[in-house]
Design a protein around this ligand. Structure first.
Ligand SMILES: [Fe+2]
Ligand SMILES: [Fe+2]
Length: 304
């Protein structure tokens, strides 16, 4: 069994220090095999914010996969934004934009989805898809393949209008033959999980999508600060959301997911919302419009 701590959107520059301290303590007690940090390390990509994020990550004594988010690209410094968007990330955090961890049970790859132009929504390039295929396609099927990005592949359950990463459907289709198991991301500052089937019905196998809230930022939206612990054992994944309750992180919600070799990750539930589900789909010709009816049906179900 392998245990992954999934933290996201730590946003140094807008961090509550006691929450950051409590998170380090909780992670040390958890003793995970790996910590996945899915982007937005800083609030505005300032050097002092990067230094604070770097110092925080150094306090976490476990292997880490770290990817940048849209907030890690300078927004107002236009020259830096377009010419050297992630230079500071490279300087203070890592110059590895395809960080990879593998053992006998899991293979975890991080990919940078932050962009200067598609600032909010992000994207994955054709070259990055090739990098993902190189890392995952030769790995035995029973090894769980986990991709870490900042931008999500699935909308929040109560807001299906939210736009997703550009060409997300095409990327998943291209990666089908690699038997991808799990997608970890952040960005929306909301914890939720679902199957890729709830949006991308043409995929043969459903990929499990787990989203993390913001672990330490004061910019909370609809939920308190939270992070995920993910236990991977054979064909089972157990997700525990741990949430800030004023003095420390405590158990909030647990979900179990089962893998089937033919259908992938069968969840028995999907994001729900009363919103029009067609609104969140990109117009980029992902070929997933036929899924709308399914989403509408799934949207009526209870999420948890
Ligand atoms: Fe964020
Ligand atoms: Fe973000």
């Amino acid at each position: 069994m392998k245990r992954i701590a999934h933290i996201s959107d730590i946003h140094f520059g807008r961090v509550v220090p006691e929450i950051a301290d409590a998170l380090v303590a909780d992670l040390k007690a958890l003793n995970p095999d790996l910590v996945a940090v899915s982007g937005d390390l800083t609030q505005r990509a300032r050097p002092w914010q990067y230094r604070a994020a770097r110092d925080f990550l150094r306090r976490i004594p476990f292997p880490k996969i770290v990817v940048p988010g849209n907030h890690d690209v300078p927004l107002y410094d236009v020259g830096r934004r377009f010419l050297r968007p992630l230079k500071r990330f490279e300087r203070y955090i890592t110059n590895d934009f395809s960080p990879f961890y593998a053992d006998d049970e899991i293979a975890v790859l991080g990919v940078n989805t932050a962009r200067s132009f598609t600032f909010t929504n992000g994207s994955i390039s054709a070259k990055q898809v090739e990098i993902i295929r190189e890392h995952f396609c030769g790995i035995p099927q029973e090894t769980r393949k986990i991709l870490v990005t900042h931008h999500p592949f699935l909308p929040p359950p109560d807001d299906l209008k939210r736009r997703l990463m550009g060409s997300a459907g095409k990327v998943l289709t291209t990666l089908e033959s690699c038997n991808l198991d799990l997608l970890l991301a952040g960005h929306f500052h909301m914890s939720y999980a679902g199957g890729s089937h709830s949006v991308y019905r043409t995929l043969a196998r459903s990929v499990l999508v787990i989203q993390a809230g913001t672990a330490t930022s004061s910019r909370v939206r609809k939920e308190k600060n939270a992070y995920n612990t993910i236990s991977v054992e054979g064909d089972q994944v157990e997700l525990e959301v741990r949430m800030w309750e004023g003095r420390g992180f405590v158990h909030y919600r647990k979900q179990r997911f089962h893998h089937d070799d033919e259908r992938g990750w069968d969840l028995g539930h999907a994001p729900h919302s009363t919103a029009d589900p067609s609104q969140h789909l990109s117009k980029s010709g992902d070929g997933i419009e036929e899924n709308l009816e399914h989403i509408s049906l799934q949207a009526r179900r209870e999420f948890r």
